[in-house]
Design a protein around this ligand. Structure first.
Ligand SMILES: [Zn+2]
Length: 209
């Protein structure tokens, strides 16, 4: 007899499920340069004209794929600053929205001011659960209040032109800023925000009633 591996109780809102098959679409050259889908529809691009990688929406079907971010839900969460764990509104107070970010305080002098992140913010109850149930999630992370943040880029696979008459995928997944030439060549998988007006806070104190 085998026992099913115990699964963590929380499946993050942005995690993909095995029942949500990635779309396999043929990529061609776009009429305005860069890449396009052969069977593209207006919903395949965001308001900046960037092409998005599609995936079925069947949250809860099959097994959670913790390491795999669902492009559609990550985009909604990041765009509307929803909690990455439960999908409800993230926590805001006078110092800003609550984010948990990896501690890289040595990276630059005013870190994390100007940091680019693909991780959506959190609500207080989920931040509390993360602390209690998934300490590995927040080990090495810092709680930060962010007064202003801007949707400024996408993270995704960059494609390039080729000698074969069709575009080819490169090995690179990159953060590509909106409005740049590269934005026509990326197949976006996640939305990126830049963080400004940051205050590092004590998460335990934030959680105190
Ligand atoms: Zn939450």
């Amino acid at each position: 007899m085998t026992t099913a591996p115990s699964r963590p109780e929380i499946v993050p809102f942005v995690a993909a499920w095995s029942g949500e098959a990635p779309q396999r679409r043929r990529v061609i050259y776009g009429a305005r340069g860069g890449i396009a889908f052969a069977d593209e529809t207006p919903e395949d691009r965001d308001q900046h004209g960037v092409l998005w990688n599609g995936r079925a929406h069947r949250r809860g079907t099959g097994r959670p794929e913790y390491g795999d971010v669902h492009p559609g839900r990550q985009r909604v969460a990041m765009e509307h600053r929803l909690c990455q764990v439960c999908g409800s509104a993230a926590d805001h107070d006078a110092r800003g929205t609550l984010w948990l970010i990896e501690d890289h305080r040595g990276d630059w002098r005013k870190w994390p001011e100007g940091l680019l992140t693909t991780h959506p913010p959190l609500c207080l109850p989920c931040a509390g659960k993360a602390v209690r149930m998934c300490p590995h999630l927040i080990g090495g992370s810092l709680a930060v209040r962010v007064r202003e943040s801007e949707v400024c880029a996408v993270y995704g696979r960059v494609w390039s032109s080729s000698a074969f008459g069709y575009p080819v995928r490169t090995a690179n997944k990159e953060v590509v800023t909106y409005g740049t030439a590269a934005a026509r060549w990326v197949l976006a998988g996640q939305l990126v925000r830049s963080l400004h007006g940051c205050t590092v806070v004590d998460l335990e104190r934030e959680l105190a009633p």
